[in-house]
Design a protein around this ligand. Structure first.
Ligand SMILES: N[C@@H](CCC(=O)N[C@@H](CS)C(=O)NCC(=O)O)C(=O)O
Length: 267
């Protein structure tokens, strides 16, 4: 192995962060990406490499040393290959970026819990929990860069960390009819989110791809688990997502079959 390898699952938001950073640096070829099929048990060589944990991405360097956690891997990529063009260097600016990033875990979790919920009585509370995070992000942006687009003047680390989550939240648009309220309290975060979604170096995934692959999350089954009555996961590699129909949106009423989702391979 002559360069690092990142092991990841398809459309993983956490590995997309690293892909965006590498692309911003013009270094997309400096790391190999190896896709793991999340619908099958993890191979022994992978579990041996991770020490038994299953969460990805995992980076393995040329010497066989292993790193986990996307934020840790991002930092490794920055330190190994140098900062991206326009990256913040001032210690306080770096601190403010990290402060904003402290919220990424709970923010992502709120969106995933919202899409996975199938109890209509709880939808309001899931939506409210996510909006609380968006409000916090809005206030943070207003405080540090009220008139700009990104957290600072250029698309940087905090923007990179959140962009893949905004893209996964297309599943909320499709399955929950969720969007940010068009009110002043969300105006700044809406501007930021929309610009992140359109950034040219962050186009590794599409709306259609997210909606099709994450169908199983929308009916409550995460991480390649099978929803009731199904034999194929929406994360299967074959048939690949472009050939499948758009899934039904009625996630609260029923679980679509393998056939309806286009998951049965032609024989
Ligand atoms: N905090 C971790 C989260 C990683 C994570 O949850 N990865 C998901 C894929 S998007 C995963 O591997 N899920 C399968 C599993 O945990 O077994 C990071 O930032 O890298």
């Amino acid at each position: 192995m002559s360069q690092p390898t990142i092991y990841h699952i398809p459309v993983c938001p956490f590995s997309q962060r690293i892909e965006i950073l590498l692309r911003l640096k013009g270094l997309s070829e400096a790391v190999d990406f190896h896709v793991i099929d999340i619908t099958k048990p993890r191979p022994d060589w992978l579990l041996e490499m991770t020490g038994g944990t299953t969460a990805l991405p995992v980076l393995r360097d040329e010497a066989g040393r292993v790193l986990k956690e996307s934020l840790v891997i991002l930092r490794y990529v920055e330190e190994r290959f140098g900062p991206a063009p326009g990256a913040q260097t001032d210690p306080m600016a770096r601190g403010i970026e990290r402060l904003m990033i402290t919220r990424e875990g709970p923010f992502g979790m709120a969106g995933y819990l919202y899409v996975m919920n199938r109890d209509r009585a709880k939808t309001g509370e899931k939506r409210a929990a996510l909006l609380d995070h968006y409000r916090w992000l809005n206030d943070f942006l207003v405080r540090h860069n009220p008139d700009g687009t990104w957290l600072f003047d250029t698309y940087g680390l905090a923007d990179i960390v959140y962009t893949p989550l905004f893209m996964r939240f297309w599943f909320l648009d499709y399955y929950e009819g969720f969007d940010l309220p068009q009110t002043p309290e969300f105006a700044r975060v809406t501007r930021w989110r929309d610009a992140c979604l359109e950034h040219p170096d962050a186009q590794q995934v599409s709306y259609e791809q997210i909606v099709k692959l994450y169908y199983d999350y929308a009916v409550g089954a995460g991480n390649g688990a099978l929803p009731e009555g199904r034999e194929r996961s929406s994360f299967v590699f074959e048939p690949d997502w472009p050939g499948r129909p758009m899934p039904p949106r009625d996630k609260y009423d029923r679980i679509a079959s393998d056939a309806e989702l286009g998951l049965i391979a032609a024989t």
